[in-house]
Design a protein around this ligand. Structure first.
Ligand SMILES: Nc1ncnc2c1ncn2[C@@H]1O[C@H](COP(=O)(O)OP(=O)(O)OP(=O)(O)O)[C@@H](O)[C@H]1O
Ligand SMILES: [Mg+2]
Length: 370
């Protein structure tokens, strides 16, 4: 168990949980509402590696029963002291299919009929096997002022974000909550959870980079609306593997080295930076392609990059990202939206980015309690 605090506040009347089942660890955040503010009761993280015979920080692909064991272990953990079972659960972006499609401008009722038909083209499995949702992306009030020629010709069409979840995925998550005796009333794709905990009413496009263990997720958000999403099949685990392989050290030692020294280590005369950059430069160059494509399509620059996920805790990563993006780069501060004791300020800033999804889920459940 990595981070925890307990019993900091007198017992809240109604607390809620946000649960993020990542590939390397489960993150759990318990919030309650006091005087109209979201207050942090407790939070914790449980590494899943040991449930798969692997080390802490290592990615896993666990069967449902092991995940249930892990959640139950976490709910029992006295140090974390989770008291609520009322929750929401995040679903990984990798389990979803998402696309922004263009449709001719038409009546809402017509769209409701046409979108599922159109969506078939973008969903590689039979439509009967998925649960489909969509969202019409509002038009810019004044797109001509800054849009590219392509964007101008697109004005007579509308953009629709389609989101599909495989029914098997939904059943899997239902089984997890039922067997863990959790009271979940929603599953939410992690992107939307992160957006809730990270965004701050920014007007200009923002790129959120979630640096997980197995994969890196990229989301471009403009005026609070998801405009583009991508997944890169490289994550912080690749950095550990590279360090282990190149330096001839165990995965556990490599994981420790990565967390301890980040980009600033020198081992056997080799700078960790040179090895870590093999992964980072790939990830950031892919991210730059996404930014450029967005710029080309909509004529707008990404004005800020926000890093979240455990991989963003890597020492020195912000500087590398700044060089790569030539724009403002910050690490996300999801706990910034909740009230927490002052003495935790530093630890919450440091570990916060890893909890962006879990905080976002808990914030939604708290809103739904009103
Ligand atoms: N201080 C640190 N420095 C460098 N890397 C770190 C640090 N803390 C955690 N990590 C890395 O972050 C990764 C875990 O991040 P996170 O918890 O966001 O992933 P996850 O949600 O389990 O994975 P995914 O989102 O890919 O399913 C691990 O690879 C871990 O080694
Ligand atoms: Mg994750």
């Amino acid at each position: 168990m990595a981070n925890f605090l307990s019993n900091l506040f007198s017992h809240p009347s109604q607390s809620v949980l946000g649960i993020d089942i990542g590939s390397s660890s489960i993150k759990l955040v318990q919030l309650s509402k006091k005087n109209g503010h979201a207050v942090l009761d407790t939070y914790g993280e449980l590494a899943l590696g040991p449930y798969a015979g692997k080390g802490v920080g290592e990615a896993t692909n666990l069967p449902v029963d092991k995940i249930i064991d892990a959640i139950n272990d976490m709910l029992k953990e006295k140090e974390v002291n989770i008291t609520s079972r009322i929750c929401g659960v995040a679903i990984p972006f990798s389990s979803s299919l998402m696309s922004v499609i263009e449709m001719p401008l038409m009546q809402k009722t017509q769209l409701d009929q046409m979108i599922p038909i159109e969506a078939r083209k973008y969903i590689p499995v039979p439509i009967s096997e998925v649960t489909l949702d969509w969202y019409i992306i509002p038009k810019d009030k004044n797109p001509e002022s800054e849009a590219s020629p392509e964007a101008k010709t697109a004005i007579k069409t509308i953009e629709v974000l389609i989101v599909a979840l495989h029914n098997d995925t939904i059943s899997r998550y239902k089984e997890i909550v039922t067997k863990s005796a959790l009271d979940a009333n929603f599953f939410e794709i992690e992107i939307f959870s992160t957006m809730r905990s990270i965004l701050d009413q920014e007007i200009t496009p923002i790129l959120i980079i979630d640096m997980g263990a197995t994969s890196t997720k990229l989301y471009i958000v403009e005026k609070g609306i998801l405009r583009s999403s991508h997944m890169i099949n490289r994550g912080s685990q690749n950095i550990t593997d590279e360090l282990s392989k190149s330096l001839g050290i165990s995965v556990t030692d490599a994981e420790y080295l990565k967390r301890e020294k980040g980009l600033g280590g020198v081992i056997k005369g080799i700078e960790t930076k040179s090895l870590i950059n093999l992964t980072l430069s790939y990830v950031f160059s892919e991210a730059n392609h996404v930014v450029l494509a967005y710029q080309k399509k909509y004529g707008k620059n990404v004005s800020k990059v926000v890093l979240v996920g455990g991989g963003s805790a890597l020492k020195g990563v912000v500087d590398i990202a700044k060089e790569s993006f030539q724009t403002e780069v910050v690490t996300g501060d999801p706990f910034g939206k909740v009230v927490a004791p002052a003495f935790l300020e530093k630890v919450l800033k440091d570990t916060g980015p890893e909890f962006a999804v879990a905080v976002g889920v808990a914030l939604r459940r708290l809103q739904e309690m009103e």
